[in-house]
Design a protein around this ligand. Structure first.
Ligand SMILES: [Zn+2]
Length: 281
């Protein structure tokens, strides 16, 4: 997606490290935004970043999911995948991830059948619909009104539109998934704490994010295609993921970086992680 050039310094606000509560030091100037790194824990984040109201405006834009892999195959007027879209390379990748991620979750749970699955950042609901088909009782949360409406009206899914902290959810989920979501949230520590409060003590948390220690990120700097400073306001590494999750009472137990793994197929700059509740935390 090309970034709209409409944002100015007035749409931005300064941010601090969500772990150490200190400002970052500048890595890249991408005015009106900045890519900064925490001097204490090395978490990379965007500051100044878009104000929350501007961010909501961005996610409500009907065009937000289009052009990206999440919107491909979903036409914006009736929400029905076109024959062309269904077999597009992006849609095939989407199907590979979905199948790979459902299989990963099954393996992590030792083959235990079904249960309750929550997806945070459900987008148009394609993963949730596949999970429901695989026998899960599904719930979703999605910030974009466009995405949530499609998931609710076209796919008949139970999706709450808003931030996770505000969602009326019954805790004790067997699985909580957050695919390409943690890099978008205002505060990852409070995000993972909410996830921790919702997952069962023997449950599994599965997520994906881009990572800033990946080869493309390191080689390309400001030309890294996933930098997107309007939307991706936190940039993690496996190490900072582990720090953040631990602060929220979750242990990072698996990291999948290979672009050959179905759950992460074709993704050179992203990882899939698995975390579990730390008992008593
Ligand atoms: Zn820090």
């Amino acid at each position: 997606m090309t970034e709209p050039a409409r944002w100015t310094a007035e749409d931005t606000e300064d941010a601090i490290c969500c772990l150490c509560r200190v400002p970052g030091t500048l890595v890249h100037d991408v005015a009106p935004f900045g890519v900064v790194r925490c001097p204490q824990c090395e978490l990379v984040f965007i500051s100044p970043r878009l104000r929350l109201e501007a961010l909501q405006q961005l996610y409500d834009d009907v065009g937000y999911f289009e052009g990206g892999v999440y919107g491909s195959g979903v036409s914006s007027d009736d929400g029905v995948p076109s024959a062309e879209g269904r077999w597009s390379p992006a849609m095939l990748l989407q199907r590979t991830w979905t199948a790979g991620r459902l299989a990963l979750v099954d393996r992590e749970r030792g083959g235990a059948p079904g249960g309750r699955l929550l997806e945070v950042g459900a987008g148009y609901g394609l993963f949730l619909a596949a999970a429901r088909e695989a026998g899960w009782a599904t719930s979703g949360v999605e910030l974009s009104r466009t995405g949530a409406k499609h998931a609710q009206d076209t796919l008949g899914l139970d999706v709450f539109c808003g931030q996770l902290e505000d969602a009326p959810l019954e805790p004790g989920f067997d699985v909580v998934c957050a695919w390409d979501t943690a890099e978008h949230v205002p505060d990852p520590v409070s995000f993972w704490r909410s996830v921790r409060s919702l997952v069962a003590e023997d449950g599994v948390v599965a997520f994906s994010t881009p990572y800033v220690s990946s080869l493309p990120a390191r080689l390309l700097g400001t030309r890294w295609w996933t930098l997107k400073p309007t939307e991706h306001i936190w940039h993690f590494t496996p190490r900072t993921h582990a720090l953040l999750l631990a602060r929220a009472g979750l242990a990072l137990t698996r990291v999948v970086r290979s672009p050959l793994a179905p759950a992460n197929a074709g993704r050179l700059d992203s990882l899939v992680g698995v975390a579990r509740p730390i008992p008593g935390s």
